[in-house]
Design a binder for this molecule. Structure first.
Ligand SMILES: C[S@@+](CC[C@H](N)C(=O)[O-])C[C@H]1O[C@@H](n2cnc3c(N)ncnc32)[C@H](O)[C@@H]1O
Length: 198
């Protein structure tokens, strides 16, 4: 099954492991270190990070290709009174022509790791265009372990990521870890703090 259909089905099933009230602590900590400005949340899901940041005073754009995620993110932003600061768009993260630069902060919690190499290169070009010089790109990714036969999902090849983002960005920090969601097998993951070159 293709990744888009798989995600659409997941949303339709209502069983969404990342449907939590707060964003991950790494996002909360990073947001607290920055002065509110313009942020972009790629693969925003139900908008937990975008809404959290809008409540801190950020102007946030959230992008996700699943319509149900975007509809619900809009409803949730309205429920907490931040519709004027959190805007949501249904689109693949590789087609961001409709967004205007510059952003002060871009985050991606669990989206880019399912892009192909070509898509990751396009995504990188979009971030080069959209981020302000010196701005941060915070990424959480499921890292490649092995290709499971019959699985289309290969997760993030860390070497490819670092090679692609060596152009125009530098890696300020990386934290490797193991993530376990519900009763599923644990998997290798990492948080990456990239800074766009000044
Ligand atoms: C693991 S979920 C995390 C959602 C959200 N970032 C959060 O932390 O709650 C990844 C999200 O990325 C979206 N996504 C995956 N690939 C995408 C793509 N190529 N373009 C746009 N959205 C994508 C999925 O629909 C899903 O909502």
């Amino acid at each position: 099954m293709k990744k888009y259909e798989r995600l659409e089905e997941m949303y339709a099933s209502g069983s969404i492991p990342w449907d939590q009230i707060d964003p991950p602590p790494e996002v909360i900590t990073q947001a607290a270190l920055l002065t509110p400005g313009r942020a972009l949340d790629l693969g925003c899901g139900f908008g937990r990070a975008a809404i959290y940041m809008a409540r801190l005073g950020w102007q946030v754009d959230g992008v996700d290709f699943v319509a149900q995620a975007i509809q619900e993110a809009k409803v949730r932003a309205a429920q907490v009174g931040v519709s004027d600061r959190a805007h949501f768009f249904q689109s693949p993260v590789t087609e961001l022509d409709f967004l205007q630069d510059p952003y002060d902060f871009v985050l991606d919690v669990g989206c880019a790791h399912s892009l192909s190499l070509d898509e990751l290169q396009t995504y990188h070009r979009e971030l080069l265009r959209l981020l302000k010089p010196g701005a941060m790109f915070l990424l959480f990714a499921h890292l490649l372990e092995e290709t499971v036969e019959g699985e289309e999902q290969n997760w993030m090849n860390e070497n490819d990521l670092l090679m692609i983002f060596s152009k125009g960005f530098h890696l300020e920090k990386v934290e490797h870890g193991i993530t376990q969601v519900e009763d599923k097998d644990p998997w290798r993951s990492a948080w990456f703090w990239f800074r766009k070159d000044a």
